[in-house]
Ligand binder design. Structure first.
Ligand code: CA
Length: 423
C-alpha cells in the first residue's frame, strides 16, 4: 500500500508527517488565546478554528468544544472513541487528494499556522507527576556505583516497577531556561554538610506518557485495560542535582535533588501513531505477580538522542553525547499504570508518568551524565576540546526521539533547556 501523503509538504526526516498528528497547545505569537492544535510538517493545524468553522461537526469533541481551551484535558477526558474520531477527521482533511481544506485558501489561511509563528505551551495543567525507574541497565549502573556490583539491583527491582511521586508545579515546556539549584550537600571530604550551588548538575533521558481517562479513587486499572487510559507520549528531561540527591535521598527517596525542574516536549504523540513500532518487551525473569502479567507485553522502537552544546567559548556546534532507545525499558507502560493504581490511587486526565532514565547496555547508550562519566571518573570530550563531568552554566542540553518508518518518521520533536547560573 502506498504511503499516505498530505497536500502539505513534509520532508522525509520531518517528525510530523500525516502518520503522526500529535496534539499540542499553542498561542499565536501575534496574539490570541491558547488553543489546541495538531502538528503537520512545519505547520500547526488549529483545531479550535476548524471546530468553529464546522469541520469537526458530529464528533464528540465538537459537541463539547474542547479545543478552544488552554489545555488538552477536556479532550483527554473524553476517551479513546473521541480521540479516534478527531484523528480520523484530521487525517482525512490533510490528505493530498482531499480538496475540502486543500482547495479552500481562506480556511488554510486561518487554520494553518507556521510553527515558527506560534508559542507552544504545556499540553496540560499537570496535576500529578510520577517518575519510575524502569531501565534495568540504568538501575544496575547506578546501583553498581553506589553499592557495588554484587548489590546493584535492590531485592524489589525485578518484582515491581519502582517509582516515586514527583513534583508537577516545576514541569516546564521545552525551551525554558533551567536555573542551577542551590541546596544542602555533603561532599565526601567534608566533615559537615554545606549549602551552595549544586556542583553535580545532571539530566535524565526519559519518556513520559500522559493519562487520558483516569480512574476513580479506590478503583484499580487492570493491566489489560491500562493502555486504553493513555493519551500519548512525550520526551522528558528529569533534571537532577546529584550532590543534593545523594545527601538527602535516604530513607525516603528523591526530594530537592529533583524538584527544581522537569522539562517536557510540546507535542503529545498518540499511541495510534506509535502502533507500527510496537515490539515485544524484554523477557521478565522472574515472572511478575499476576496483577502485573500482560498477555503481550510491549515496548516501542523509539530512537533517542542526547545533544550537548557548550555555552562557553565559541562552541556553536552541539555534540551528540548519547544514543539510546525506548526498547531498553524493562517494565512496560501498562505494568506501571497497573502497579500505580493497584492500591486504589486515582489517575486523572493530564497526569504525567515517566519511565526513568533510559539506558541501554552499551556505554554510548547511557541516559545521564552520572552514568556517561561513571560518577565523574570518565569525562566526556566535546568537539570544542572542552571536557564535561557534569553540566555547566550556559550548557544547552537537548533530547530528541523518533520512530523510523519506511520513508517517514514518527517524531517527538525535542526537549531543550539551557543552564543558568545559581542565584
Ligand atoms: Ca528520573
Amino acid at each position: 500500500m502506498a504511503l499516505a501523503r498530505s497536500f502539505i509538504e513534509v520532508e522525509p526526516d520531518s517528525h510530523f508527517p500525516i502518520q503522526n498528528l500529535p496534539y499540542g497547545v499553542f498561542r499565536p505569537k501575534r496574539g490570541g488565546n491558547p488553543r489546541v492544535g495538531v502538528a503537520i510538517g512545519n505547520y500547526v493545524l488549529d483545531l479550535a478554528l476548524l471546530d468553529e468553522a464546522g469541520y469537526l461537526a458530529g464528533t464528540r469533541a465538537a459537541a463539547k468544544h474542547v479545543f478552544a481551551q488552554p489545555t488538552l484535558q477536556a479532550f483527554m477526558a473524553l476517551g479513546r472513541p473521541a480521540w479516534n474520531e478527531i484523528r480520523a477527521v484530521v487525517s482525512s482533511l490533510l490528505l493530498a487528494d482531499e480538496p475540502a481544506l486543500r482547495d479552500n485558501a481562506g480556511l488554510r489561511q486561518t487554520c494553518l499556522w507556521l510553527q515558527r509563528d506560534v508559542e507552544l505551551l504545556l499540553p496540560a495543567s499537570i496535576g500529578d507527576y510520577t517518575d519510575f525507574y524502569a531501565s534495568k541497565a540504568h538501575a544496575t549502573n547506578v546501583g553498581t556505583m553506589f553499592r557495588g556490583k554484587e548489590n546493584a539491583l535492590m531485592p524489589n527491582w525485578l518484582h515491581l516497577p519502582v517509582g516515586y511521586h514527583g513534583r508537577s508545579s516545576s514541569i516546564v515546556m521545552s525551551g525554558t531556561d533551567i536555573r542551577r539549584p542551590s541546596g544542602q550537600m555533603k561532599p565526601p571530604d567534608a566533615a559537615v554538610p554545606l549549602y551552595g550551588p549544586c556542583r553535580q548538575l545532571d539530566f535524565e533521558l526519559e519518556m513520559g506518557w500522559m493519562i487520558g481517562t483516569g480512574n476513580e479513587l479506590g478503583k484499580t486499572i487492570p493491566i489489560e485495560e491500562a493502555e486504553d487510559h493513555i493519551f500519548g507520549l512525550v520526551l522528558v528531561n528529569d533534571w537532577s542535582a546529584r550532590d543534593i540527591q545523594s545527601w538527602e535521598y535516604q530513607p525516603l527517596g528523591p526530594f530537592l535533588g529533583k524538584n527544581f525542574a522537569t522539562s517536557i516536549s510540546p507535542w503529545v504523540v498518540p499511541l495510534e501513531a506509535l502502533a507500527p513500532f510496537r515490539i515485544p518487551a524484554q523477557t521478565q525473569e522472574p515472572a511478575p505477580l499476576p496483577y502485573l502479567r500482560q498477555k503481550r507485553p510491549c515496548a516501542y522502537d523509539i530512537q533517542l538522542e542526547v545533544y550537548l552544546q557548550s555555552g562557553s567559548g565559541g562552541a556553536k556546534q552541539q555534540d551528540r553525547i548519547a544514543a539510546s532507545n525506548y526498547k531498553h525499558l524493562y517494565w512496560t507502560i501498562a505494568q506501571q499504570i497497573a502497579h500505580h493504581t493497584v492500591g486504589g490511587c486515582n489517575l486523572r486526565p493530564g497526569d504525567l508518568l515517566a519511565s526513568g532514565t533510559i539506558s541501554g547496555d552499551s556505554k554510548s547508550s547511557r541516559g545521564c551524565m552520572l552514568e556517561l562519566t561513571w560518577r565523574g571518573t570518565e569525562p566526556i570530550r566535546l568537539s570544542s576540546g572542552e571536557e564535561r563531568i557534569w553540566l555547566e552554566d550556559g550548557d544547552r542540553l537537548t533530547l530528541t526521539g523518533w520512530c523510523q518508518g519506511d520513508g517517514y518518521r514518527i517524531g517527538f520533536g525535542d526537549v531543550s533547556g539551557r543552564i543558568l547560573p545559581a542565584i
